[in-house]
Ligand binder design. Sequence first.
Ligand code: TXA
Ligand code: MG
Length: 324
Amino acid sequence: MVAPVRLPTEEAIAEAARILRAGGLVVFPTETVYGLGAHALDARAVARIFEAKDRPRFDPLIVHVADEAMVADLCEAVPDRARRLIERFWPGPLTLVLPKRPVVPDIVTAGLPTVAVRCPSHPVAQALIRAAGIPVAAPSANPFGYLSPTRVEHIAPVLRERVDLILDGGPCEYGVESTIVYVAEDGVTVLRLGAVPVEALEAIVGPVAVRTDASDRPMSPGQLPRHYAPRTPIRILSSGETPPVSGLRVGYLAFRQAPTDRAFSAVEVLSPTGDLREAAARLFDCLHRLDGAGVDVIYAEPVPEVGLGRAIMDRLRRAAALME
Ligand code: TXA
Ligand code: MG
């Protein structure tokens, strides 16, 4: 079914807010581009974003807030430089990457220890986040590999079938995405050039570093000041394969069912019903738990490479490749 497109009346915004709180997807306007929003603290809702976008991998998402107060719930610390940037540029097209609190699901941050937060100035985005009363995770509302939509007419037909409601706020003011900065205690690094110019940042915090080659692949080793990778080696099994018998302590990541013929030191099951959305929502949690279980090696069952299964396998392969 194709999602209804509604003008952003008070009633439509209230309806959109209800959908978000209940785990649905809403396309909404921001001052930069249209966003594809979901409840940021609901891992299953966030999994639907990746499904809707057909993303072959999990990229970390920006979490949208209505004001600075909401940041305290999401981030461990807000360094002084970040506060000054927030004071100057919020609400507006500046995204800050800050250390995350555990409440932010790993699927939002692709397992990174940081979360990107942004407070949009668009009145419809503002009203929606306030009405929902929750932080909203939202990438640009385009299928993977397409241009970001800056008006409702740009929103791809396939995406319209996968969301619950579209709020039409007319054309976006900037039409380019927000500028993304990583803010550490000792300095500011631009990860994506965007609607706030570098010069404007430097007027507030002095010289900044620009490392935009990393913006598309923030999970690549070494490209971010801190990045997450499981410490335990991971091997991906082929279909039907069982881990070799060895003296090692083995962790096992099952897709649907824990193995019954062998005991492992730790076992996690992604989705007993074989639901790829649930599997995606649980992937990073399961990896974290296996990683913390004191095993020597983790064996992961493959999942079907359809829909979100592609992103799950991509993430597993990256985790496995980091060990090579
Ligand atoms: O203007 C915008 O920022 C729009 C509107 C909808 O707010 N959103 C947007 O989201 O452009 P998206 O998903 O298309 O781009 C988000 C970028 C990605 O390049 C991602 O890698 C980066 O933000 N990002 C998110 N969290 C990050 C983190 N913890 N560390 C580094 N980069 C991060
Ligand atoms: Mg995008």
